[in-house]
Ligand binder design. Structure first.
Ligand code: ZN
Length: 142
């Protein structure tokens, strides 16, 4: 990707990019995704807390540091999953949600990743992290 940014010392207000309008268009789904993610992570955190309590009950564990870490999902999420061997289903869902949020950022949200067609609003409403249309889902048995 070519760097078209000017290197001037003082830049004026950024132009509103088309992505920004796409983002507001998908604001509703972004909210759904964030809520869903929070719910899932809440569950995962609960599971892992219990696991820690069980395995490190007498290690005088200060869990506050650990739960701080929890906020930093994404990068070490896979590592945690391996370490604890827990909540892999939830983790997969969170990964899907993360990818959907990225697609919102990129302005490609709501487009089927397989055929490039529109994903119906009804489907997104029920499954905001969906990355394929119903046709492809059935075709490829996803
Ligand atoms: Zn499709």
């Amino acid at each position: 990707m070519p760097n078209t940014k000017s290197q001037s010392t003082k830049t004026t207000k950024r132009k509103r990019s088309p992505v920004a309008s796409a983002k507001s268009q998908f604001e509703h789904y972004r909210k759904l995704l964030l809520e869903k993610k929070a719910r899932i992570l809440g569950d995962v955190e609960e599971l892992e807390k219990q696991s820690l309590l069980n395995s490190q009950r007498d290690a005088a564990g200060d869990l506050s540091d650990y739960s701080l870490h929890m906020a930093d999902v994404g990068t070490d999420a896979a590592e945690r999953e391996t370490m604890l061997g827990l909540a892999s289903t939830q983790q997969k869902m969170v990964d899907k949600i993360e990818r959907a949020l990225e697609r919102i950022e990129q302005g490609t949200y709501g487009t089927c990743e397989l055929c490039g067609g529109k994903i119906s609003p009804e489907r997104l409403e029920a499954l905001p992290e969906a990355n394929t249309c119903v046709t492809c889902m059935r075709k490829y048995n996803l």
